[in-house]
Design a binder for this molecule. Structure first.
Ligand code: BGC
Length: 361
C-alpha cells in the first residue's frame, strides 16, 4: 500500500510502498484511511525538531489527525463494526510509570511513550491502518469530512478541562459562566479552543494577526465571540490588560507566551498548548512576571495530548457545535488536496490557512 513518510536522515518527504497491515489479534480493527489533517507538528518533524522513526527504521509515516472507515474487525471487538467511521488516538504510554498504571497515557512520565505519526510509531498517511480497539473511538457519520479535527480538538478539551478544574479546586463557587477567556493564536487548536470555551459558558475573545474580515475572525464571530487583531491593539492596552480570567495560548511562540500574561486578571489561569522554537531566547522581564504571578495568585501550566475521555468529549462538542453554528467545522478546512500532492501540503505556510487536509479517497 502507499504511504507518505519522512526520511529521518535527509528530512525528505517520500512516497513509500508498505505491506498492507493485517489484523493480528482478536481485539484489532482494520481501517481504510479517509482523510488526514496536516499539523504544525508534522512540519517540525520534517525539520528534525521533534519526532523519531520506529526503532531500526529511518522512515516515519507522517500523520496523527485522521478519520477512517472500519473495514474489518477482530472476533473480540465489541464497540466497532464494518462501515463505522472511526478515529485512531495518538499516544501509547510506557505502561510502567504511575500515570500509565492508572490508564493516564497522556501524563506518561517516562521517556518511552510512543505516538502514531510522531514518535516511534507509523502515522496515518497510508491507505490502511490497523490498531487495537482500545485506541480507537467511533465517530458519527456526519464527521466523514471533518473528523480529523477531533484530534486537535482533544488538545483544547484537555487544557480547558484542566483549567476549569484548577479554578474550581481553589476558588469556592467558581464557574465558567460569563468569565472572560482569550485564546491567543487562531490555528485549528486555537479556534477549537474558542469553540470549547464558548460551549462551557465563557465569554470568548480570539486573538490573531490576520485582518478583521478574515475567515478566522468570522469563525470567532459566528460563535458569538470577539476577534482581537494583534496588529491593531497591544496586550498592554487598558481595555485588554488584566481583563481575562482565562488565557489559552495556542500560538506556540515563546515571546508571546509571556507577553500575553499582561492580559491575565488577578486569580487567573493561563494554559500553554503550543511548543515554541527552542532556539528562541527572548529577553524576559522575569522579576515583573514572577511578582505579578505571586501577588495576583495566577497560575501558568502546560498541557499536551489527551485521554480517551477527551476524545469522546471532543466528538460530543464538535457535534453540538455543528448543530449550533451550522457548517463551522468545514470553515476551518481551508485546503483539501489529494494525497498525491503531499509535498505541497507539508511545505505550505500561510497565516490564512487554518487546516490543510490530505484526502485518501
Ligand atoms: C499532538 C499530540 C502530541 C504532541 C506531542 C501534538 O501535535 O497533537 O497528540 O502528544 O504533538 O508529540
Amino acid at each position: 500500500m502507499k504511504a507518505i513518510a519522512v526520511n529521518q536522515d535527509t528530512g525528505e518527504l517520500e512516497y513509500i510502498d508498505l505491506p498492507e497491515p493485517q489484523i493480528q489479534t482478536p481485539y484489532e480493527v482494520k481501517l481504510k484511511v479517509l482523510e488526514v489533517g496536516v499539523c504544525g507538528t508534522d512540519q517540525e518533524i520534517i525539520e528534525h525538531k521533534i519526532g523519531k522513526a520506529p526503532p531500526g527504521e529511518k522512515m516515519l509515516v507522517l500523520g496523527h489527525e485522521m478519520i477512517s472507515e472500519v473495514i474489518e474487525v477482530g472476533s473480540k471487538v465489541t464497540t466497532l463494526k464494518k462501515g463505522d467511521l472511526a478515529i485512531v488516538t495518538v499516544r501509547r504510554g510506557c505502561g510502567k510509570c504511575p500515570f500509565c498504571l492508572k490508564g493516564c497515557f497522556d501524563y506518561c512520565s517516562g521517556i518511552e511513550y510512543i505516538e502514531r505519526g510522531i514518535r516511534c510509531l507509523s502515522g496515518f498517511n497510508a491507505e490502511y491502518v490497523v490498531d487495537d480497539e482500545a485506541f480507537i473511538v467511533k465517530a458519527p457519520e456526519s464527521f466523514r469530512h471533518f473528523g480529523f479535527l477531533v484530534e486537535p480538538m482533544t488538545i483544547s478539551e484537555k487544557a480547558i478541562e484542566e483549567l476549569i478544574r484548577i479554578q474550581k479546586g481553589r476558588i469556592p463557587g467558581w464557574s465558567p459562566n460569563g468569565k472572560k477567556a482569550v485564546v491567543i493564536g487562531l490555528g485549528p487548536i486555537g479556534l477549537l479552543a474558542c469553540m470549547v470555551l464558548t460551549l462551557r459558558g465563557f465569554k470568548v475573545y480570539g486573538q490573531d494577526i490576520v485582518s478583521n474580515d478574515s475567515i478566522k475572525a468570522k469563525i470567532v464571530h459566528q460563535m458569538g465571540g470577539i476577534y482581537i487583531n494583534g496588529k491593531e491593539i497591544r496586550y498592554s492596552d487598558p481595555t485588554l490588560a488584566g481583563q481575562f480570567d482565562v488565557i489559552v495560548e495556542a500560538a506556540g511562540i515563546a515571546a508571546i507566551c509571556f507577553q500575553c500574561l499582561d492580559l491575565l486578571a488577578p486569580n487567573g489561569v493561563c494554559a500553554y498548548t503550543g511548543i515554541p522554537n527552542l532556539q528562541t531566547n527572548s529577553p524576559l522581564p522575569a522579576g515583573k512576571i514572577i511578582k505579578r504571578l505571586v501577588l495576583k495568585n495566577q497560575i501558568l501550566f502546560g498541557s499536551v495530548n489527551a485521554s480517551k475521555h477527551h476524545w469522546e468529549k471532543a466528538i460530543q462538542d464538535l457535534e453540538s457545535a455543528e448543530k449550533k453554528w451550522k457548517g463551522i467545522a468545514n470553515k476551518m478546512i481551508t485546503t483539501r488536496m489529494p494525497y498525491t500532492n503531499f509535498k505541497g501540503a507539508f511545505t505550505r505556510r500561510s497565516q490564512k490557512d487554518i487546516k490543510i487536509v490530505l484526502s485518501w479517497v
